[in-house]
Design a protein around this ligand. Structure first.
Ligand code: FES
Length: 264
């Protein structure tokens, strides 16, 4: 897909390269390099990057910064393979929610481009990548395999973030990314009684998406967004108290999400 037309009026446009996650600094440096290379191209205009899951800046942080810089339109180029079927749906919902949380901010319009696999020229790119690989990869010598044992983690809490279809469509990637960023920022592995987290397949109550479950209690939380993650972190993981307003306990009957007004 071609880049959006260059700005030719008072309208200001930006392009955001969206990757999945950055667990180490290497992915961030790769994104910075891609931004530099794209920005050097004619008509590229302003280019930024973001991570849809773990890593900074998050998509929310990048869009907020672009809104504050006065951009009117943002074109998101996903670099995600595979791209979840509900990707556009959750981006749309998330952007609307962020806009509703800060109505005084003048938000740019947001458009999402095609995933890499759908782009013309991808075949030639894959061929070049394959040709650049060594045809005789060196096997890992048996002596290089680890022989030492592992410590059993002492952390009390386990946070499971559902990544099933309905939860992904409702923005589970944002929930996971925000949790991981907060986990790193607040040192949750060692803070309080310690927390570890993991992504899972369907946890069961899909109509409460996005769903998060916290052990050892096994507490189900439904309709979780970034603000919900913040409450679970501060009240449950650090404070030791279940967040009743967001929790759903088994009662033998089908349950639906409570209206946001009741979740205060
Ligand atoms: S997909 Fe998340 S609970 Fe089923």
């Amino acid at each position: 897909m071609p880049l959006p037309e260059p700005s030719n009026s008072a309208s200001r446009r930006a392009t955001v390269l969206l990757a999945k996650s950055s667990i180490t600094g290497a992915a961030t440096r790769e994104m910075e390099d891609l931004v530099r290379r794209l920005q050097a191209m004619e008509h590229a205009g302003h280019v930024a990057f973001a991570f849809s899951e773990q890593g900074t800046p998050s998509l929310r942080e990048t869009l907020t910064a672009l809104a504050d810089e006065g951009f009117d339109a943002v074109f998101i180029l996903p670099l995600l393979l595979p791209m979840e079927p509900g990707f556009r749906v959750w981006i749309d919902r998330a952007v609307h929610r962020w806009q509703a949380e800060h109505p005084q901010r003048r938000w740019p319009s947001v458009q999402v481009g095609e995933p890499p696999a759908a782009l013309a020229g991808m075949d030639a790119l894959l061929r070049d990548m394959a040709a650049s690989m060594s045809s005789d990869p060196a096997p890992t010598p048996a002596s290089a395999l680890p022989t030492v044992g592992s410590l059993i983690p002492t952390q009390k809490y386990r946070v499971l973030v559902c990544q099933g279809g309905p939860c992904n469509n409702a923005g589970a990637a944002l929930v996971w990314g925000h949790l991981r960023n907060e986990q790193k920022r607040l040192n949750l592995r060692t803070a309080g009684e310690g927390t570890m987290s993991a992504r899972t397949s369907c946890l069961g109550p899909c109509n409460l998406a996005p769903v998060v479950q916290v052990f050892p209690e096994g507490t189900y939380y439904g309709g979780i967004d970034e603000a919900g993650v913040d409450r679970i972190v501060s009240e449950h993981l650090l404070g030791g108290r279940v967040v009743d307003a967001l929790a759903y306990a088994p009662n033998g009957a089908k349950q639906a999400l409570r209206p946001p007004a009741d979740a205060s």
